[in-house]
Design a protein around this ligand. Sequence first.
Ligand code: ZN
Length: 316
Amino acid sequence: MLAPWLLSFAEQVFENRKNGRLHHALLFYGTKGVGKAPLSQQISAQLLCSADLYLTPCGNCQSCTLFSAGNHPDLLIIDGAEKSIGVDEVRAITEFINKTSQLKNNKVVRIINAEKMSESAANALLKNLEEPSAKVYLILTSSDISQLSATITSRCTKHRINITDKANAIEWIKSQVNTANYNVTELLALSGDAPYKVIDWAEQGRIELIYQIIEHIKHWLNGSESNEKLLTLLAQLPDGVTILMNQLSLYFYQRLTEQHNQTQELANESCYFESFSSIIEQCLQFVRNEQHAVGLNHNMQLRSLLYKIERTLCRE
Ligand SMILES: [Zn+2]
């Protein structure tokens, strides 16, 4: 069963398909942990299911059985999570598209982390996007659409995946994991409105660590804690920098409000805003490097980020 905020996207795709208007290339983008994976998983299963057209795949046909077993011959999955997607992977896609469907039905290609396609891979994929083959669907997903070339994005139907109703998402999180001791509204905000990230934190037992990190970030921003101490804590959490960005946003917001209350000059505000933008940009760049450059020393990068932020804060 799809999470409630994903359902409307699945319905939209389903309606288009029913009316024969489904585009052959779909791009789902949005923050990591918002649910692009379960959504594209269900849409793929639905496109492959051989039962008559239903929003949810039947779960009983040969296609659905193969799909749940993870070895459907008419489904190709390319994932750029571990390394970038190169020309060889795109060649495999073209080959797959040109083959006859084994179940005499649709074929689906999923490209996960599509922004990890190299420039030459993206160019090689263009032909498949420009000259669609009958009964072949490409489903691309990306957590960082800004890194995906416009030649690709312009040839796909784009869907920005986000939570449309926060209260709804909070209820859903509560139905999935035990969050009795926690403020789920706060956790959802900390995750950047990414419910699956909250689920992940809860399942991995990381929530205590997150609150601990937040306390330490506050001390660090006041100058009462060293970079090294914070670094040790941040390094334990894969999403540590997201939490840091969130706390920095709060910090700048509070500083700006204080200034307003003290009716200081507006000139200071733009100065703060510049520092803020520069720091957030540095954090985003860090997250990108983490995703794109394999083999970087995580701790070294994190240390350098903390020093950069510290320097920017001192310059105000
Ligand atoms: Zn089925």
